[in-house]
Design a protein around this ligand. Structure first.
Ligand code: ADP
Length: 370
């Protein structure tokens, strides 16, 4: 057993079935000690099942789940020393805030003075000192979520498990609580496994994240890496919008010169990248994509900035949405493709619907879709 095994959570080929539904089809993961690790994916992909298996709520599984190198098979949930926060908070309505937070300590037989001190400490950590005597019904949604966090943290868990903890909060509060959870994570250093279907939550908070699809691991890595170099088309589209183009591989990248793909919009040059599929032959049919924020958009005939290559076919503004800091344009390309462009306008007037436009892009912004 190496030092990393002693410190953290791992799963090995984890399989969970419900009748003839395979919820997890062989998941192998290893969390780094202290990291904020996200499980991300569409509804039904197996995120909650994985979290519940780690928590100890799933009895029947194949494969292995271990913490600190010890198998968790047969270890009941309350003996794992994991803290858990659910989407619906699951507070006891008849207990005070202090009573709710104290619950896990009292169940473990802690002395009364110790309980008071640790409840005070946990409530301080989540910014709720002074709320000890309130009942959950007298708190806002965000405050209830903080109580749930304090209750999970008070036992000084070896691992913190968060299941869609912000889903019941409105947009503004959700943003504030993201910051709060990051602050608390930094203050405690507790290894955290966080489930969400919201890619923005994962991209903005995770040290690393795993995208699940149909019970399998689709992609794994730090947010920036996955967003910029998604290993699969599914991961690319799940993390953000993609403007897609079909083409034929004209040349593989070699000796520092970029690869080339022939498309209906002209030749696209792609630098070598992690997602470049192995063994792809020249002449092969391929798909490439760029993100809306990588696309340069100007009035028809305008010269693109240095380093940008204009696409050979014209496009038209189909519609636009002004978002304050930038504008999202829906574009109609020749041949019927619909693309998106996110344009920073810095107080400018914007482009009207129907306008003919020029599109341009840097070579480095193209990615191959595997
Ligand atoms: P997610 O959290 O990503 O939405 P889940 O882990 O809840 O996904 O579900 C994964 C799959 O397992 C889904 O097909 C779901 O319908 C199924 N499933 C989850 N829980 C149960 C259960 N208790 N009984 C039967 N099927 C279940």
């Amino acid at each position: 057993m190496n030092r990393r095994d002693r410190m953290s959570l791992s799963t090995e080929n984890l399989v969970v079935r419900y009748g003839n539904v395979t919820a997890l089809a062989g998941i192998t993961l290893r969390l780094e000690p202290g990291e904020m690790f996200f499980l991300l994916g569409p509804s039904g992909c197996g995120k909650s099942t994985l979290l519940r298996s780690v928590a100890g709520f799933v009895e029947e599984f194949d494969g292995e789940i271990a913490f600190a190198g010890d198998s968790l098979k047969g270890v009941p949930a309350h003996r794992r020393d994991f803290g858990m926060v659910f989407q619906n908070y699951a507070l006891f309505p008849h207990l005070t805030v202090a009573g709710n937070v104290a619950f896990g300590l009292e169940a473990r037989g802690a002395a009364a003075g110790d309980v008071r001190a640790r409840v005070g400490e946990a409530l301080g950590l989540v910014g709720l000192s002074g709320y000890e005597a309130r009942r959950p019904g007298e708190l806002s949604g965000g405050q209830q979520q903080r109580v749930a966090l304090a209750r999970a943290l008070v036992i000084k868990p070896r691992l913190l498990l968060l299941d869609e903890p912000l889903s019941n909060l409105d947009a503004k509060l959700r943003w504030d609580m993201r910051g709060e959870i990051k602050r608390i994570h930094a203050a405690t250093g507790i290894t955290t496994l966080y489930v969400t279907h919201d890619q923005k939550e994962a991209l903005s908070m995770a040290d690393r994240m795993a995208i699940l699809r149909d019970g399998k691991l689709e992609a794994l890595g730090p947010p920036r890496e996955l967003y910029l170099n998604p290993p699969t088309a599914f991961a690319a589209a799940f993390l953000g919008d993609v403007n897609e183009l079909e083409g034929t591989l004209a040349a593989r990248p070699s000796n520092g010169s970029p690869g080339r793909v022939r498309t209906a919009l002209g030749e696209v040059r792609l630098s070598a990248q992690p997602s470049w599929p192995e063994g792809l032959k020249e002449g092969a049919a391929v798909r490439v994509f760029c993100r809306p924020e990588s696309l340069w958009l100007g009035e028809a005939g305008a010269a693109p900035p240095a380093g940008h290559a204009a696409l050979e076919q014209p496009a038209r503004v189909a519609s636009s949405a002004f978002l304050g800091t930038n504008t999202l344009y829906e574009l109609a390309l020749q041949g019927g493709a619909a693309w998106r462009c996110l344009r920073h306008e810095d107080g400018g007037a914007g482009l009207p619907d129907g306008a003919n436009v020029t599109l341009a892009i840097r070579d480095e912004a193209w990615r191959m879709l595997a």
